[in-house]
Design a protein around this ligand. Structure first.
Ligand code: ATP
Ligand code: MG
Length: 587
C-alpha cells in the first residue's frame, strides 16, 4: 500500500472513530431524556455533529401501521410545512423504507416511491441527496429516519453505518419514552374515568347528567369537541343533548339528525364504533360548512343491548384518535348507559308517584265534597223521622213504627259514616285539629263499645284506672280510635273470644289505652305496615274479612295529633293487643 493510501485509510478510520465517540456522547444525552419532546430537541441540536444534513426528520409509524407522521427536526425541514402531517406507507421514500425495512441512500431524483408532496418539497428547497434509514427497537417497527443534504456528493458508506447506529439508539429511546408516556396517559385516563364516574353517579337529572359528562370527557381527555346524542322515541332521529368543546357555533341543543345521516347515524344503526381518521375520505361523513373536522370517533351507548344514544368526538387534525381512545371511551359509554338507566328509572318512578299523588288528592277532594253534602239531607231525614216517631198515629201502628225506627237508625249510621269520611279527608289534607276537653273516660269507652256490633261469640269487658277517670283529650276523636280498635278486635277474631279494654296511667305522665282480643294475631313482619293508609294483611285468615285498611291509619293520625304513639303486640293464633299512649295533661 502506498503511503498516501495508508494515510487516507488511516484518516478515514480516525474520522469514523471520532464520529463514533460523538455518537456515544449524543446517545448518552438521549438516554437521559425524560420524554419524546426532549429526545426530539436533542436530535435537532446535536445531529449535525454526526452527519451532514440540512433536512432532518423522523417518520413515525402510526399505531394503525398503515400511515406515518413526519416529525421535522431541522429548520429547513420545518420550512416544508410538513411537520406533523401524515402519509400512507404507499407515499414517499419513508413509506417504502418502512415497508421494506431496507435503507435508501440516493440522489433525490432517483428515490423509490418519490412523492411530490414530500420529496418534491425537499427538492424545491435545494436538497440533492437523501438517506432514509428504517428504525426499529427489537421487533417493534418505529418508523424511519430521514437525512437530506444540499451537497452534490452522495452520502458515504460510513454515513450509512453511522446513521444506522444512530437510528438504533433513537428507536430504543423513543420506544422507552412511548412506554413511559403510555403508562402516564393510562394513569391519567384512569383518574379521569374515576372523576367522570363520580359525576355520573351524582345526578339523576338526564340533561344535567349528559351535559356534565360531555364537559368532563372533553376536559379530562383534552378532546377537541365532544357531543352526546340520544335516540328519539320513534328511533328515527338522534337528538343533540350535550356539547362541550371548541366549536363555538355548534349545532343548537336538541338539534335532530336523521338516523340515516352521517357517521353518528351509521353508529346508531349498526350499534358499532366508528373510528375515522380522515373524514374527507369517508362516505358516511356528513359535512357542515363551519366545521373543519378531520377525524371523528363515535361510539354507541347501549342499555341492555339496546341503542339509546351516541357519544361523538371530533378533532381538527387527521388521525387524532387511536385504539386506546376507543377502549377508554367504550368503558365510559357503559357507565353513561348505566347512569342513564338509573336516571330514567328514577324519572319513571317519580312520574308514577306524582300521578298517584294526584289521584289521591282528587279522591280526597271528592270524598270531602260528597260526605259534606250528604250530611244536610241526612239530617233532614233524621229530623223528620224523629218527629214522625212522636206522632200519635204512627205510634199506634206497630209496623209503621218499626220501619220508621229502621229508617232513622240507618240514616244515623249513614250520617256517622259521612262524618268519618269527612274526618279522613281532613286528615289527608292536613286539617285535623284537636278540640281539647275534659273527657269522662268511662263514658267515652262505653260509647265506643256500643257503636260496635258484637256477635254472641264475643264477650267484652273494660277496666279504667281511677287515676284516669277524667282526662284531657278530644272526646269525639278519641272515641273513634277506641271504636276502630274494638271493631278490629271483633272483626279479626272470627271464632269469638274475649275483647278487653283497659285505660291506665303509664310512666306517670302518660295514659295508656289497650284493646286486646283472642283472634288471629299478626305476624311480626306485618306489624309496622298496618298503620299505613289502605294497608291490609293479605292471608288465608283475612281474605273473607271485608275492610278498606283505613281504620288503623285514622287511629294513628288521631293519636299523633294528640302527641301520642300507637303500636301493637301480638302472637299469631293467640290474639293481639293494640296499645296507644297519650300525654297526660294538667287540667
Ligand atoms: P277498615 O278501614 O274498614 O278498618 P281494615 O280493618 O282492613 O279496614 P285497619 O283497621 O286499618 O283496616 O287494619 C289494617 C289491617 O290490620 C287489617 O286488614 C288486618 O289485617 C290487620 N288487623 C287490624 N286489627 C287486627 C287485629 N285485632 N287482629 C289481627 N289483625 C288485625
Ligand atoms: Mg279496621
Amino acid at each position: 500500500m502506498e503511503k498516501k493510501e495508508v494515510d487516507k485509510s488511516l484518516f478515514k478510520a480516525y474520522n469514523l472513530a471520532q464520529r463514533l465517540s460523538t455518537l456515544n456522547e449524543i446517545t448518552l444525552q438521549i438516554d437521559a431524556a425524560e420524554n419524546k419532546l426532549e429526545i426530539y430537541e436533542i436530535l435537532r441540536n446535536e445531529t449535525h455533529w454526526l452527519l451532514n444534513c440540512e433536512i432532518l426528520a423522523l417518520a413515525i409509524l402510526s399505531q394503525i401501521q398503515t400511515t406515518y407522521q413526519i416529525i421535522s427536526l431541522s429548520s429547513i425541514s420545518d420550512a416544508t410545512g410538513l411537520n406533523e402531517s401524515y402519509f400512507t406507507l404507499e407515499e414517499g421514500s419513508p413509506g417504502w423504507v418502512i415497508r421494506n425495512q431496507n435503507p435508501i441512500k440516493s440522489k433525490i431524483s432517483n428515490i423509490p416511491q418519490y412523492s411530490h408532496t414530500l420529496e418534491g418539497k425537499y427538492e424545491d428547497l435545494g436538497i440533492q441527496n437523501l438517506m432514509v434509514i428504517p428504525i426499529k427497537s427489537g421487533q417493534n417497527k418505529v418508523g424511519a429516519f430521514i437525512f437530506g443534504s444540499i451537497d452534490e456528493n452522495e452520502y458515504t458508506e460510513d454515513d450509512l453505518i453511522i446513521a444506522q447506529l444512530y437510528g438504533l439508539q433513537v428507536a430504543v429511546a423513543l420506544n422507552n419514552a412511548t412506554f413511559v408516556e403510555d403508562a402516564k396517559k393510562r394513569i391519567s385516563q384512569i383518574e379521569s374515568m374515576n372523576e367522570i364516574s363520580r359525576i355520573l353517579n351524582a345526578t339523576l337529572d338526564i340533561n344535567q347528567l349528559l351535559e356534565q359528562t360531555a364537559q368532563a370527557i372533553q376536559r379530562n381527555f383534552n378532546y377537541f369537541d365532544v357531543t352526546i346524542f340520544l335516540l328519539s322515541e320513534d328511533q328515527s332521529e338522534l337528538i343533540l343533548k350535550a356539547h362541550s368543546g371548541n366549536y363555538i357555533d355548534f349545532l343548537p341543543k336538541d338539534y335532530r339528525q336523521k338516523i340515516t345521516d352521517g357517521i353518528i347515524g351509521w353508529v346508531a344503526r349498526n350499534g358499532e364504533n366508528a373510528l375515522v381518521n380522515d373524514v374527507t375520505q369517508d362516505p358516511r361523513y356528513k359535512s357542515y360548512e363551519y366545521h373543519n373536522t378531520k377525524s371523528e370517533l363515535a361510539l354507541p351507548i347501549k342499555i341492555e343491548g339496546k341503542l339509546v344514544g351516541v357519544l361523538n368526538i371530533e378533532d381538527k387534525n387527521l388521525y387524532a384518535f387511536d385504539e386506546m381512545d376507543v377502549v377508554v371511551l367504550q368503558t365510559l359509554c357503559e357507565q353513561i348507559a348505566s347512569a342513564l338507566k338509573n336516571a330514567k328509572l328514577f324519572e319513571e318512578v317519580k312520574s308514577a308517584n306524582e300521578k298517584l299523588q294526584e289521584l289521591d288528592t282528587m279522591k280526597s277532594e271528592f270524598l270531602g265534597i260528597v260526605s259534606h253534602d250528604f250530611r244536610s239531607p241526612l239530617s233532614s231525614i233524621i229530623l223528620a223521622g224523629k218527629a214522625l216517631l212522636k206522632n200519635e198515629e204512627v205510634l199506634s201502628n206497630q209496623r209503621l213504627k218499626e220501619y220508621l225506627q229502621l229508617i232513622v237508625d240507618q240514616a244515623n249510621r249513614l250520617n256517622q259514616l259521612a262524618e268519618d269520611t269527612l274526618q279522613i279527608t281532613k286528615i289527608e289534607t292536613g286539617q285535623v285539629s284537636i278540640a281539647w276537653q275534659i273527657v269522662n273516660t268511662e263514658r267515652m269507652i262505653k260509647e265506643a263499645i256500643s257503636a260496635v256490633r258484637f256477635s254472641n261469640r264475643h264477650t267484652v269487658s273494660y277496666y279504667i284506672d281511677p287515676d284516669v277517670s277524667y282526662i284531657k283529650a278530644d272526646p269525639a276523636k278519641l272515641r273513634q280510635v277506641v271504636q276502630n280498635l274494638i271493631s278490629n278486635a271483633v272483626k279479626y277474631s272470627p271464632n269469638g273470644g274475649k275483647v278487653n279494654i283497659e285505660v291506665r296511667e303509664h310512666n306517670n305522665d302518660e295514659i295508656l289505652f289497650s284493646v286486646s282480643d283472642e283472634g288471629i294475631g299478626i305476624k311480626p313482619e306485618h306489624r309496622d305496615k298496618l298503620f299505613q293508609k289502605f294497608s291490609r294483611v293479605d292471608s288465608e285468615h283475612t281474605k273473607n274479612i271485608k275492610g278498606t285498611g283505613l281504620g288503623l291509619w285514622i287511629c294513628k293520625e288521631i293519636v299523633e295529633a294528640h302527641k301520642g304513639r300507637i303500636w301493637v303486640e301480638s302472637e299469631v293464633g293467640k290474639g293481639s293487643t293494640f296499645k296507644f299512649a297519650i300525654k297526660k295533661m294538667d287540667n
